[in-house]
Design a protein around this ligand. Structure first.
Ligand SMILES: [Fe+2]
Length: 329
């Protein structure tokens, strides 16, 4: 079986498109506003939020919960799911996609080892990284490159790993594609091919803080099995309108600090509780919000384990067959 990756081109070459995007993104990264689909939003609430986080750390230390919450960060779960679709090409039946999200790999000194250990427990054909690689959302980023390279070296499978950017990331990281061993997809679509059959993958820039109209160009209306990679669930309606089958995102950390039972106290998203973690649906499209494998703000997790997720693609007819087999067993 021959494997092939194709990146689509249009009026601009990929290099020209990347240059236009990088220029725009570099300006937005210096702005005091978040640029969202429905307009600009102040970042000033973040300073208040940081004060709350300091109180959380202080409170957890005096109640003796800090060590428990810190230890929870290392308990990364491996969650495996089947995703069924009618239009999955036969050569991709059983194809296993690993999703890593919100690594924030410098959040604790041990985190990279926890992530590497979790990856080592899984089997997969291709890996996607759905944004947020460093702890802070500005400042230095070069200190994470070697840890990220180490992670990406474990993700080299049938196809090289693909990454998108989150709201904690800088465009400067995309200059290190070759060094890291990862392909950044930024408002672009590519295809993975096995022999003459393909699936299509679209990756957008982060719409939580860095939305531009170019983000909409991410999504293609071409027919076929299509996966959207977006840092947040904010573009799910557009992807569903373009008949995407699967939408993978993160950003929320599942709440990170949750009440017993898993209810998030704060999620940093406005799309509704149904989008905070796990599966959701928009029309025919299946979406999944990863709880992330790292942490940000505080190095603690409560009632919300981190995860790496493996999706196995299945043809819908097999789902029906499996039900029949169970019925006659
Ligand atoms: Fe994050």
């Amino acid at each position: 079986m021959s494997n092939q990756i194709t990146y689509f081109q249009d009026y601009y070459t990929p290099q020209q498109r990347r240059l236009i995007w990088a220029t725009t993104r570099s300006v937005l990264e210096t702005d005091h506003f978040k640029h969202k689909r429905h307009g600009r939003k102040s970042k000033s609430h973040w300073n208040y939020f940081k004060r709350i986080l300091n109180l959380v750390v202080w409170g957890s230390k005096i109640t003796g919960l800090y060590q428990k919450g810190y230890a929870n960060v290392g308990q990364i779960q491996i969650n495996e799911f089947d995703v069924f679709s009618d239009n999955l090409p036969a050569n991709f039946i059983g194809f296993r996609i690993l999703q890593l999200s919100d690594l924030h790999i410098d959040a604790t000194p041990e985190l990279v080892h926890h992530i590497l250990h979790a990856i080592g427990q899984t089997s997969f054909d291709w890996a996607v990284l759905t944004g947020d690689y460093r702890q802070e959302s500005s400042g230095n980023y070069q200190h994470i490159l070697e840890s990220m390279k180490e992670v990406c070296s474990q993700l080299q499978k049938e196809f090289p790993p693909v990454a998108i950017l989150g709201n904690h990331d800088t465009w400067l990281m995309t200059q290190y594609e070759k060094h890291l061993g990862v392909k950044f997809l930024i408002n672009e679509t590519m295809q993975l091919s096995r022999d003459n059959q393909s699936i299509f993958i679209s990756g957008s820039d982060d719409p939580f803080s860095f939305y531009t109209d170019a983000t909409l160009e991410t999504f293609t209306n071409r027919p076929g099995f299509k996966i959207a990679l977006v840092h947040t669930s904010e573009l799910a309606d557009i992807a569903a309108q373009n008949n995407y089958n699967l939408y993978l995102c993160g950003h929320t950390h599942g709440g990170q600090i949750c009440l017993p039972g898993g209810k998030a106290i704060i999620s940093h998203q406005a799309e509704g509780e149904g989008y905070i973690k796990g599966f959701w649906k928009v029309d025919q499209m299946t979406g999944y919000t990863s709880s992330g494998c790292g942490v940000s703000g505080v190095p603690l997790r409560f009632n919300c384990p981190g995860e790496i997720t493996v999706f196995t693609l299945r043809k819908s007819i097999y789902q029906a067959n499996e039900r029949l087999v169970k019925l006659f067993r």
